[in-house]
Design a protein around this ligand. Structure first.
Ligand SMILES: Nc1ncnc2c1ncn2[C@@H]1O[C@H](COP(=O)(O)O)[C@@H](OP(=O)(O)O)[C@H]1O
Ligand SMILES: [Mg+2]
Length: 257
């Protein structure tokens, strides 16, 4: 029996939408960076934030018109407090690195929160031509012997994380963007990403969705669950660790807190 034309139509899942929207915004950002050589520094950051936000808002309105959106660059959407489905978006994470051509450590984050949990998400790393998806996990590469490798902010490494690294005898690996750091755990570049001292829900939602899809169990630094779509989107700390180091990282965090 052959499928009817309707059966053959591909109905995009929420995962597909997250990946399509994040990848598409990444292409817009790459184009902007290539075409607008007249822009630099804060002008390029602002243009990037705006172009990616416009693309994402337009695509989500087209693909998922009934859902609310919480975006770093968007106006507060009053529907989001009562909505069952909210897209949590950072149109350009690692804005500073985006503005420093030719750095590639910047990302686009698109996640979907539904009734209390993250159910879809994608992190695009446009300058590396990669999009990580919650629903397409790859096995983590084997961990090499040696000290724990911790991803930290290259521009403002939190003193809390520097102290954790000292106590663990860890090597710190500086890079921009929360999404890039979380994906560096998945691609085996580092063993863990620990952050404290300030961040918002959009900085971690999509990276946490993707890391969860890859079998990891991200938490707050005190081990409590990460909660999204709260009234105040301030969500200042995060731990994403591969299983082999989670125990020692947790122990160091518990001692310091
Ligand atoms: N102390 C802090 N307060 C607020 N946001 C912070 C922060 N430290 C890091 N972030 C945000 O987390 C993201 C990753 O930062 P970093 O590259 O330093 O690790 C950046 O997002 P944006 O680039 O979207 O602003 C940055 O603004
Ligand atoms: Mg961000």
């Amino acid at each position: 029996m052959t499928d009817s034309p309707l059966d053959q139509q591909h109905v995009p899942t929420d995962h597909d939408v997250a990946a399509e929207v994040a990848t598409g915004a990444g292409l817009v950002l790459l184009g902007l960076r290539a075409d607008r050589s007249d822009l630099d520094g804060s002008a390029l950051k602002d243009a990037g934030d705006r172009a990616a936000q416009d693309h994402i808002a337009r695509m989500l309105a087209r693909r998922r018109p009934h859902d609310a959106v919480l975006s770093e660059e968007g106006a507060e959407d009053p529907r989001r407090r009562s909505a069952a489905r909210v897209w949590i978006v950072d149109p350009l994470d690692g804005t500073r690195e985006f503005s420093e051509r030719p750095r590639d450590d910047w990302a686009v984050h698109v996640a979907l929160w539904e009734s209390g949990r993250l159910v879809a998400g994608a992190v695009a790393l446009p300058a590396r031509d990669l999009t990580y998806r919650m629903d397409r996990p790859a096995a983590l590469p084997a961990r090499p012997d040696g000290p724990v490798r911790l991803a930290v902010s290259r521009s403002r490494p939190p003193s809390f994380v520097v102290e954790i690294a000292r106590r663990l005898g860890a090597v710190t690996v500086p890079m921009g963007s929360a999404g890039v750091k979380a994906m560096a755990v998945l691609d085996g570049t580092v063993d863990a990403y620990v952050h404290a001292g300030g961040q918002y829900e959009w900085d971690s939602a999509a990276p946490v969705a993707v890391a969860t899809g890859h079998g990891l169990a991200p938490t707050r630094v005190d081990g409590s669950p990460l909660e999204y779509n709260r009234d105040d989107p301030w969500l200042p700390d995060l731990v994403v660790a591969r299983p082999e180091v989670l125990g020692v990282v947790r122990e160091a965090l518990d001692r310091l807190l």
